[in-house]
Write a protein that binds this ligand. Structure first.
Ligand SMILES: [Zn+2]
Length: 275
């Protein structure tokens, strides 16, 4: 009996190793495959920073875009049919966030993107700290992002995001949460080089406190005051504005801009790499 169990374990290990090797081969091919012209044109139209990326960064986004489309499922909820242009728009935004990364990571814990027709409502709770929370029976959502789970987006909110460059972009927001959660915790801090951690904590901490105070005093802020809810939301709204309106962001929050550009490995205002 023990020999059967051992043989089964060996066969399983061989199958597992082979499928990993095949997946790695397939990924390598996809990472090196250029995008067709019509896809590039769609990305230039819907993801303006993509249009000004340096050729090296653009090739990297293109490769990761291929992997994203090949490995993630797009699921339409209710009556939504997820057309190619919508898939390209979502994958293009998601992969722009990876333009500065030289590794092969393409949201490896994510397998599904769900698309709702419009904003949806469900029960939610908001933490007040010290274990206190408020229940919201009808909280409204344009998007959701789960640690090691799906990203959920409203098609209506995606269309609103594309209408103008104003710092609101639900796709950047939800995929910023995915990057934040890469280390297993969504707390406003992505995976960083050790040398950056102290500066990151100092800058993000003081900018978050400033947004919370300005919001409490009713002062109009450049960053979406929704970011005052939690450091993870602060990171997500900062990433939205960083990628949508980089020139204004750099004027309003120069140090925060520098820290974000270093963490992403590229400067969205110029489209060039940041080493
Ligand atoms: Zn959020």
């Amino acid at each position: 009996m023990i020999w059967y169990a051992l043989a089964a374990a060996i066969l399983f290990a061989a199958w597992w190793w082979n499928s990993r090797r095949e997946k790695a081969h397939r990924r390598r091919r996809l990472l090196e495959t250029p995008l067709p012209e019509n896809v590039q044109e769609t990305l230039c139209r819907t993801v303006p920073v993509y249009a000004r990326l340096s050729p090296g960064l653009r090739r990297r986004v293109d490769g990761k875009f291929n992997v994203f489309l090949a490995e993630k499922s797009f699921v339409g909820c209710k009556d939504v049919v997820v057309l190619d242009t919508l898939k390209w728009t979502i994958a293009g935004h998601a992969c722009l966030l990876l333009a500065g990364r030289s590794d092969d990571w393409v949201y490896d814990d994510l397998s599904e993107v769900l698309v709702h027709p419009l904003t949806w409502r469900r029960e939610d709770s908001v933490s007040l700290g010290d274990g206190l929370e408020i229940r919201e029976p009808w909280a409204a959502f344009d998007g959701e992002s789960w640690t090691r789970g799906p990203v959920i987006l409203s098609r209506g909110a995606i269309r609103r995001s594309l209408r103008e460059l104003d710092g609101y972009n639900v796709v950047f927001h939800e995929f910023a949460h995915q990057i934040d959660a890469e280390n297993g915790a969504m707390e406003g801090c992505p995976v960083l080089p050790a040398a950056m951690k102290e500066r990151w904590a100092r800058t993000m901490g003081s900018e978050y406190d400033r947004l919370v105070k300005d919001d409490e005093r009713g002062i109009e802020t450049f960053l979406d005051p929704y970011g005052a809810e939690h450091p993870s939301e602060f990171y997500a709204v900062a990433v939205e504005s960083f990628l949508e309106i980089p020139d204004k962001f750099r004027q309003e929050h120069p140090e925060l801009y520098r820290v974000l550009a270093e963490s992403f490995g590229f400067d969205p205002a110029t489209g060039s790499p940041v080493v």
